[in-house]
Design a protein around this ligand. Structure first.
Ligand code: ADP
Length: 643
């Protein structure tokens, strides 16, 4: 081999070395997609690298015209090249094995393969010793027997390559397209390298170790094909995930809509039941009947509160919970809550203690309804989960600038909550300790709503509990102060209220006033008529938006009560027609919206749509009267109750 040829060979192998080193660094830096294959892949790279280096040494010394080595080193190098080939192909097989976990270590072939590697090493060692003993001074490479050359140089190599390919052939149907194509391409270049080397016996190419070069290319193909993530697939997966998310969002929205609609549908008949029942309570003289009716009332209100919980919950989930802040009296709130809970506690035989700081400011600004809801939830739970002993309610606070840090504590001697359950009780639909609670009714929504509402109002709730002994819930809310006048003795006010509530009496008489009530559900019309009977107000009714327009053209009303949701023409459209009707008589008449739709129940929305005010169903008699009194011209109010 002349110098030019040697340089050519060496450059070729050097290229192989560089490519292999780059691949090794890439794998180290980026890793491979397959953890278990990582190590074998790296081993394979190192073997290819060593093979290339040996090939350079072989070119430099064994065949070189530049530097001649002593025959013993020459022979060693010559044999080492063969040996490197054996290891290279054996490790190709070891790497490929990892694609097929079932294939590994099971067959006798596995043992045969290992045996062949050992055999090749033995043959190399024996050959070396033999020549060193027989002709240590002679360079035997030129006269090396052909059969031994073929055995050590090509037999193992071809065998291991074919063996590595066999699982791909056998399992081709179970492989995904990417792995299959990668394997075909990689083996194609590796085999091409071997064949080129076999066929290439003359000219400048002779002696170039194409199989190593093929191996480097094969490794690159394996790396790109199966060791790096399948980006195409990943993109498809991302698209699938996006679709799944859209579906989930849609399903969630549908659920909220469904809840809103259902609650509307359910509230409408309950509205009728509670309203008609109220008529019975007012008009019946029979104590037993009144007693039955009171039971209907309590069950109806219970049902309504469950529906309201579901509604509130879906509002919170949809981020639609609105905090409507208005001025309110803390004393009123405490009175109402204490009244309600003391009845319940008494009915259960529990002691109900209150510790109210009478110096707390009475005038606050915030969402009274929601504050009330929070505290009622927690107090109700205290009564619900206490079988004997007491429930205590303490209200105190600190004034910070123009705000009150309102602290409400509820303590009970009830069943308590296990430490591990405390975090769970605020979860939606979560009911803990169900073995103990199975007879206690509940949806598991109360505290989830309480927590959600408090978050919406920047408040918080803390729980301390001892299982079997009782619990203490501490609620903190910041409320703006509008009046520093102290709340005083709430019991006094409570007594007054209780007396007032004892029996219904109408709050005004307006025999000269006329109102129009529009609702597609006839029973609702009957309820409203019944509720207002004692006020002696004149009531016209109709059951559709279209009819209401016709009626409003003919007669001037003092107030119109308009149902929001009606088939064909809804309340909003009817309102617009009445307002814009030039021949009509009610362009200026106050119109109050009646709505059972609490989920979209934004006060602002109804007002912005042109209604003067709104009332939620079930319509409560006293609230309806109070609202009418605000809108009926004062000269038509013949008498009003003194408060
Ligand atoms: P529920 O409708 O079940 O009462 P909540 O969300 O109000 O739902 O409460 C969640 C769970 O927290 C209850 O099921 C109960 O196990 C537990 N819990 C709430 N308050 C108390 C309390 N005062 N004492 C003991 N357990 C309570």
């Amino acid at each position: 081999m002349d110098i030019q040829q040697a340089i050519f060979h060496i450059s070729f192998s050097l290229g192989g070395v560089i490519f292999t080193v780059v691949l090794y660094l890439l794998v180290r830096a980026l890793g491979t997609g397959q953890v278990h294959k990582n190590l074998r892949f790296r081993t394979l790279i190192v073997i290819v690298l060593l093979g290339n280096i040996i090939s350079i040494l072989d070119d430099l010394f064994t065949r070189s015209v530049i530097v001649r080595l002593a025959p013993c080193y020459n022979l060693a190098l010559f044999l080492l090249v063969f040996q490197a080939n054996v290891f290279l192909t054996y490790y190709t097989f070891a790497y490929v094995e990892c694609f097929f976990p079932d294939y590994r270590g099971k067959s006798i072939a596995d043992k045969v393969n290992k045996g062949l590697v050992v055999m090749s090493v033995l043959v190399t060692v024996i050959t070396y010793i033999y020549y060193m003993v027989v002709s240590p001074k002679v360079d035997v490479i030129a006269t090396f027997p052909q059969w031994l050359h073929i055995l050590q140089g090509y037999f193992y190599e071809l065998y291991f390559l074919l063996y590595s390919m066999s699982p791909f052939v056998v399992n081709r149907k179970t492989l995904d397209k990417r792995t299959r194509n990668t394997a075909i391409s990689a083996f194609a270049v590796i085999i091409a390298g071997v064949l080129m080397e076999l066929l290439n016996t003359a000219g400048v190419w002779s002696g170039v170790l194409f199989n190593y070069f093929g191996a480097v290319l094969g490794l690159y193909i394996f790396y790109i094909g199966v060791e790096t993530p399948d980006y195409k697939n990943l993109l498809l997966m991302v698209k699938d995930l996006e679709k799944a998310r859209e579906k989930a969002d849609y399903a969630n929205k549908s659920k909220s809509m469904f809840l809103a609609n259902m609650s509307h549908e359910i509230r409408t008949p309950i509205n009728a039941v509670i309203g008609m029942n109220e008529m019975i309570i007012r008009e019946s003289q029979n104590e037993t009947v009144i007693d039955y009716a009171r039971n209907v009332e309590s069950a109806g209100k219970n049902l309504l509160s469950i529906i309201n919980d579901i509604l509130d919950f879906s509002k919170l989930e949809a981020g639609k919970m609105e905090i409507v802040e208005e001025e309110y009296h803390l004393s009123n709130l405490i009175n109402d809550v204490v009244t309600m809970i003391s009845f319940r506690a008494k009915a259960k035989g529990l002691e109900f203690n209150t510790f109210i700081d009478e110096t707390l400011p009475d005038g606050l600004h915030g969402d009274e309804l929601r504050v009330r809801q929070i505290i009622v939830n927690v107090l109700n739970n205290a009564v619900k989960y206490t079988n004997e002993g007491s429930v205590s309610f303490a209200v105190h606070g600190d004034i910070e600038g123009n705000e009150l840090r309102l602290i409400m504590e509820v303590e009970d001697t009830g069943i308590g909550i296990k430490d591990e359950d405390i975090d769970k009780i605020f979860g939606k639909f979560d009911r803990v300790d169900t073995a103990q609670n199975k007879t206690i009714e509940g949806t598991g929504l109360g505290l989830a709503i309480t927590d959600g509402l408090l978050k919406a109002m920047s408040g918080d709730v803390k729980v301390q509990s001892e299982y079997g002994r009782g619990s203490r819930f501490t609620i903190t809310i910041m409320q703006k102060i509008t009046s520093l006048e102290p709340i005083g003795d709430y019991r006094e006010k409570f007594k007054e209220m209780a007396d007032k509530k004892a029996a219904y009496t109408e709050s005004f008489h307006a025999p000269d006033a006329t109102i129009l009530v529009v609702d597609d559900t006839v029973i609702n019309l009957t309820v409203i008529k019944g509720l207002l009977k004692k006020t002696r107000i004149n009531i016209d009714t109709c059951t559709s938006g279209a009819d209401s327009i016709v009626m409003a053209e003919k007669k001037k009303y003092d107030v119109i009560l308009m149902d929001y949701r009606m088939p064909n023409m809804d309340g909003c459209e009817a309102l617009r027609c009445i307002r814009n009707d030039e021949i009509g008589l009610n362009g200026e008449t106050p119109v109050i919206c009646l709505t059972a739709d609490a989920i979209s129940g934004a006060r602002e929305r109804y007002i912005s749509e042109g209604f003067d005010n709104y009332l939620t169903k079930p319509v409560e008699g006293l609230r309806l009267e109070a609202m009418l009194l605000d809108y009926i011209p004062t000269d038509k109010v013949a008498w009003r109750a003194t408060i």
